[in-house]
Design a binder for this molecule. Structure first.
Ligand code: FES
Ligand code: FES
Length: 422
């Protein structure tokens, strides 16, 4: 299909006027942006480099907007921005302050489908369906804003969204059908009544409906997700320091945070609630979490500390954990420090899987335990260089990959053995 530079579906969405920022925002900081999505005003806190597609999917749970190339080529991510087709992957979310955004969830609901959705269904205009949200939003824009283009040359006018399955015939037939049925203009999106954001629950965040119309609150209380954790970590380390000194470190959150490689205490709300920041590298992916740790149990006699932690990465990953640290004296005057953690992961970080998450958590704990030992001895912790942290995570990733290959080989050998004896 020929590319048409000025087709409605290919408008340069990156050229939207950018409102002058109130202040410069550093790359690691976040900014609040308020826009209306599917009829509901919502405010989200985003990193300045987060694109609209990620915000819709990861923050608002509106996963109907698909992401393909993320370079403005495939059109999968097409949404309506102030009534016109726009590529969500080419817009920084902070550019969309005050905008009216409509996603495919706003076009129609399962009970009240838009005529375009009905026509796509009637004409079998999808196979895998990956391009369908982009096709629907792009064809809506075409029929609403440039119906003459549809009448003159529909294939060219629809060339801004790529489909790898259908051969386009069903799609063109559906759009053509709607164009003929509504010569005076295609009906408005149907799912855009106020408070109709209609997102899925995004673990670690509120539902889209909950977030609708409210400013993103600063996290002041940890809420652990329900359901089984993504990984369970049980680790024990032997420390040379006596148990009282180790307990002294465990109850000093400023010192404790510095024992964890890449972590930093930002603010303490009270004795039990502490806001912090942590940078973790998983292979080539560097995650920067900001979140809250809340002590839920402190037992000085048993030297047992339990806290809940919750954090979000600027790229949309979220993590939460229920952590129990327990220090017990050993016969040689040292301390056995054990940690049990139920770790919940969501968003991009969840794709790394249970094995890698568990492995990285274990290695981080080993470094953390070494930091606690040093802090108990000297009252301070040396900074772990970034290069060492990266090597640590890369090592975990490599080990997890080798483990996965070995497990697969083992399974295949077992299967072959069963086949030859069966
Ligand atoms: S994902 Fe936006 S154009 Fe491909
Ligand atoms: S239906 Fe599969 S990409 Fe279009």
């Amino acid at each position: 299909m020929t590319a048409v530079p000025d087709s409605p579906a290919r408008r340069d969405t990156g050229s939207r006027r950018v409102p002058a920022p109130a202040a410069r925002i550093a790359a690691h900081e976040s900014a609040e942006v308020t826009f209306t999505v599917n009829g509901t005003e919502t405010t989200v806190e985003v990193s300045p480099r987060m694109h609209l597609g990620d915000v819709l999917r990861e923050r608002l749970g509106l996963t109907g907007t698909h992401l393909g190339c993320e370079h403005g080529v495939c059109g999968m991510c097409t949404v309506l921005l102030d009534g016109e087709a726009a590529r969500a992957c080419l817009l920084f979310a902070v550019q969309c302050e005050g905008a009216e955004i409509v996603t495919v969830e706003g076009l129609g609901t399962p009970d009240d489908q838009h005529p375009l959705q009905q026509a796509f269904s009637a004409h079998h205009a999808l196979q895998c369906g990956f391009c369908t949200p982009g096709m629907l939003m792009s064809s809506y824009d075409l029929l609403a804003n440039a119906p003459e283009a549809a009448a003159e040359n529909l294939p060219e006018a629809m060339s801004g969204v790529l489909c790898r399955c259908t051969g386009y015939r069903g799609i063109l037939a559906a759009v053509s059908d709607v164009a003929e049925s509504y010569p005076d203009g295609v009906p408005e999106p149907r799912g855009c009544a106020p408070r109709m954001l209609v997102g899925r629950t995004s673990p670690g965040a509120g539902t889209a409906a909950e977030e609708a119309g409210t400013a993103a609150p600063q996290l002041t209380e940890v809420r652990l997700p329900t359901g089984p954790p993504s990984a369970v970590v049980d680790v024990t380390s032997q420390l040379a320091s006596p148990v009282d000194r180790v307990w002294g470190v465990l109850t000093d959150f400023d010192l404790l945070a510095r024992c964890l490689p890449g972590a930093q205490l930002v603010e303490s709300y009270d004795e039990d609630r502490h806001r912090g920041r942590a940078t973790v590298a998983l292979g080539p992916v560097k995650l920067s979490f900001e979140g809250l740790a809340q002590v839920v149990e402190r037992d000085p006699d048993a030297h047992r500390l339990r806290f809940h932690g919750q954090g979000r990465d600027t790229g949309g990953s979220a993590t939460a954990a229920d952590v129990v640290l327990h220090a017990s004296p050993t016969a040689d005057g040292g301390t056995e420090l054990s940690a049990h953690a139920d770790v919940h992961l969501s968003g991009r970080v969840a794709q790394f899987g249970r094995a890698l998450a568990g492995d990285v958590s274990r290695r981080l704990f080993e470094q953390f335990a070494a930091g606690v030992d040093e802090a108990a001895e000297t009252g301070s912790v040396s900074e772990v260089p970034l290069g060492r942290r990266l090597r640590l995570a890369a090592g975990a990733a490599r080990d997890a990959a080798i483990g996965a290959v070995r497990r697969t080989a083992h399974r295949l050998r077992d299967r072959a053995r069963r086949g030859s004896t069966g």
